[in-house]
Design a protein around this ligand. Structure first.
Ligand code: ADP
Ligand code: ZN
Ligand code: ZN
Length: 729
């Protein structure tokens, strides 16, 4: 709809647009319009020769610079087929932008489906029409939900959660029935209220199909297929627009998505579920580095909705917030796994969960094993036995490729990346050296590039080499032959590898997983990709080949991540009938008595968390303090660090100095991978005991940093950014 020109009264309208980061204009622009569209309306505005999507804005950001009215241009049109984004949504976005120190225009426009930017009002109108037509007429008598006999744990958790208003932290092992609790929460909500919407979040796209199938099976018969939409970055632009419109119009009652879904416009949102709440994927690593988990808690409060976080190994932050004395969250515990024989089809006699359903943890002391062996003899023997019995094993190693380094023993040459401060990884499959940071790839040299020695050798091992190694070591082992009686002696072992390399092609991960599920694979080798979420029922052995790295890492969150990963991997084992107690998790370690492994052996997350939180409290680290990182990138380390030093110095000489009583600035340091693609990277830690003080400081400091860019200290700087509540330091 064109705004009519030549009007008597010109209303000045503030519109949010997304402009490139280096633009000097800010992200709130002024236009005139005859009728003032409601705040939150989607509009098109002219900018130079282009026309951009914008959102009519109000609030503090709109008090931006006002040019003289006669210089204003009119709005190009209002997308009036789409209801304005409501005030709560706008507040969520305003908060996100200010908390994570980004421009509001960037954050708002990034939260909208990309196709909205490209389609005209007419095209969007057509989409909307098609979408409403596709909605099936609701059946006059929708079928009732099939009753599920809940376990006492589940009933208790639901009752407690419904009693209070606080965010819930559902703490329960894999297989303890958490997903059923989420289903129940959604089911009860939708049954209670004819409009209410629920948002269910999962950390990774790979995990959405499984959960989506379960939600669809439960809700589609009653509410129609349209009632549930997915939202993640693996969808096509058209699919994303479809889901977004369905959520925004209220037609979708359930939105299931990854972190981006936290910004979905859902006018009747009443419940948010964050599954695997500890997962680092909830934190964005680019643009506004928001934590969808933290925003879920904020949004629920804003909307007056309930929020349930769930995990077998909660983040230490959430665990701390749910402490019994004085925590902001309610901790809800489900102690034991549900036995497979508890399924309703079997009747309800054995509904009680099995306390012994978790795999036994075995530590192999690598100090007493043959040197340089990848797999210790006892582990190999255990795997061989499983193969012979027709059971599956999963071996994981967090390093893909064949070997992390190629090495010349004569002159000590190593396969460094010329563009990064990192080694290029040897991939045997296509005989390349590949940099996992910048992507630089070259064929493996025939001889040492430095001294000509033809005998350069791989050093260390990755998943590719582990797979090859296992194939050699298990060459004589036979799997039972179930398919044909012609070969009673059995068939050779079948090994598969799943990692980012083996799953590059679309659909290949699904195909590989299907093979595992079908029982065609005896041993599965992979990176943490295989430890997460996938429900491998027939796996009775899980092994972590080399988990020690994280024990002594400089990153204080490394032990937390390792524990979560190992617990999750252990949760993969023995989910099939009666196998829980026979299944095993093996750890090869040089530190078998490390408290982390001791806690893992007892499946004792609370003990692990308590010990970690004590350490964090003593060192005043999160969650007992609040952090932000300022990162700078430049052609030289000097320039990057120089910028940060100047920013630091400027803070002490301006009005900010007063806030520095509560905020500490640490000296700039090179990042752990100092150079990527010929760009030098440095960072500076900002810390405070008060979240509010840190926020105030960062908010005020932004302008200083921005101004520095144009001064000598900013010369040669490529970019800088703030990461609030960073996950890795
Ligand atoms: P989690 O999400 O904690 O891993 P799930 O909800 O997936 O646990 O439950 C594990 C298994 O137990 C699933 O196969 C699920 O169908 C089954 N299950 C969950 N709750 C019940 C119940 N009340 N009765 C019978 N089976 C259940
Ligand atoms: Zn050499
Ligand atoms: Zn590189």
């Amino acid at each position: 709809m064109q705004a009519k020109l030549g009007a008597h009264v010109k209303q000045v309208i503030q519109v949010l647009v997304h402009l490139p980061a280096h633009s000097q204009m800010g992200s709130v622009l002024s236009y005139w319009s005859e009728q003032a569209p409601t705040p939150g309306s989607l509009v098109r505005v002219p900018l130079g020769q282009r026309e951009l999507l914008g959102v009519v804005w109000d609030g503090p950001a709109a008090a931006a610079q006002l040019p003289e009215p006669e210089k204003l241009r009119p709005l190009a049109g209002v997308l009036d087929g789409i209801a304005p984004l409501n005030a709560v949504w706008r507040q969520l976005l305003q908060f996100s932008a200010s908390y994570y120190q980004r421009s509001i225009g960037e954050v708002v426009l990034a939260a909208l489906p990309p196709q909205l930017r490209e389609l005209s009002a007419v095209q969007i109108g057509r989409r909307l029409k098609r979408q409403t037509l596709a909605d099936p007429p609701s059946t006059p008598t929708p079928p009732d939900f099939e009753p599920v006999a809940l376990t006492p744990d589940q009933l208790q958790v639901l009752a407690e959660f419904e009693q209070d208003r606080k965010p819930g932290l559902l703490f329960g092992a894999t297989g303890s029935g958490k997903t059923e609790v989420y289903l129940q929460l959604v089911q009860r909500l939708l049954a209670r209220s004819p409009q209410a919407q629920a948002l269910v979040m999962v950390p990774e796209i790979n995990l959405t199909p499984q959960l989506e199938a379960r939600f669809r099976a439960r809700f589609a018969p009653r509410f129609g297929q349209q009632a549930l939409v997915a939202m993640h970055s693996g969808m096509t632009p058209a699919q994303r627009l479809h889901s977004w419109l369905a959520a925004h119009s209220g037609a979708a009652r359930i939105v299931l998505g990854t972190r981006m879904a936290i910004f979905a416009s859902m006018p009747s949102l009443q419940l948010i579920v964050v599954d695997e709440e500890h997962d680092p994927s909830y934190k964005s690593q680019e643009g506004a580095r928001y934590s969808a988990r933290d925003l879920a808690v904020y949004r629920a409060q804003l909307e007056g909705a309930r929020v349930m976080l769930g995990s077998a190994t909660p983040s230490l932050e959430s665990w701390h917030h749910s402490r019994p004395e004085g925590g902001r969250y309610t901790r809800l515990t489900m102690a034991s796994r549900i036995g497979r024989d508890a399924s309703p089809a079997d009747g309800q006699a054995r509904l009680s969960a099995q306390p012994d359903g978790l795999p036994q943890v075995r530590r192999v002391d690598m100090n007493h094993q043959p040197k340089h062996g990848v797999l210790s003899p006892p582990l190999l023997e255990a795997i061989a036995q499983r193969v012979a019995r027709g059971e599956q094993s999963m071996v994981f190693l967090n390093r893909r490729g064949y070997a992390p380094v190629l090495h010349c023993r004569d002159c000590d040459w190593k396969s460094e990346c010329p563009h990064c401060s990192a080694y290029r990884v040897f991939h045997k499959i296509d005989r390349t050296l590949r940099c996992h940071h910048c992507g630089f790839t070259e064929p493996v040299p025939r001889a040492c590039p430095a001294c000509g020695n033809p005998d350069i050798a791989p050093m260390g091992r990755g998943t590719e080499r582990l797979e090859e190694h296992l194939a050699e070591l298990l060459a004589d082992v036979r799997r039972p032959n179930t398919a044909s009686a012609l070969k009673p002696e059995g068939e050779p072992v079948r090994i598969a590898r799943i990692d980012a390399d083996s799953t590059r092609l679309k659909g290949s991960l699904e195909a590989q997983l299907a093979q595992v599920h079908a029982g065609d694979i005896d041993v599965l080798v992979g990176t943490q990709m295989i430890a997460k979420g996938h429900d491998f029922r027939r796996i009775t052995l899980v092994a972590a080949v080399n988990p020690d790295g994280a024990l002594f890492s400089s990153d204080f969150r490394a032990p937390e991540r390792l524990f979560g990963l190992l617990m999750q991997a252990a949760g993969r084992a023995g989910r099939d009938a009666g196998m829980g107690s026979q299944s095993e998790m093996w750890l090869q370690t040089f530190h078998p008595h490390h408290p982390l492994f001791a806690a893992l052996k007892r499946h004792d997350y609370p003990a692990f968390a308590q010990q970690q939180l004590q350490e964090r409290a003593q060192a005043a680290m999160p969650p007992f303090s609040y952090q932000a990182l300022v990162r700078a990138e430049a052609r030289t380390q000097d320039i990057a660090q120089g910028f940060l030093s100047a920013a630091s110095a400027a803070a002490t000489t301006t009005a900010l100095a007063e806030l520095l009583e509560q905020v500490s600035l640490f000296p700039p340091v090179p990042m752990s991978i100092q150079r990527i693609a010929n760009v030098e990277r440095a960072q500076m830690l900002v810390e405070s005991g008060s979240r509010l003080a840190l926020q105030k400081f960062l908010g005020a400091w932004q302008a200083t940093l921005q101004a520095l860019r144009t001064q000598p200290a900013g010369r040669g700087l490529i970019r800088w950014a703030i990461d609030v509540d960073p996950l890795s330091i």
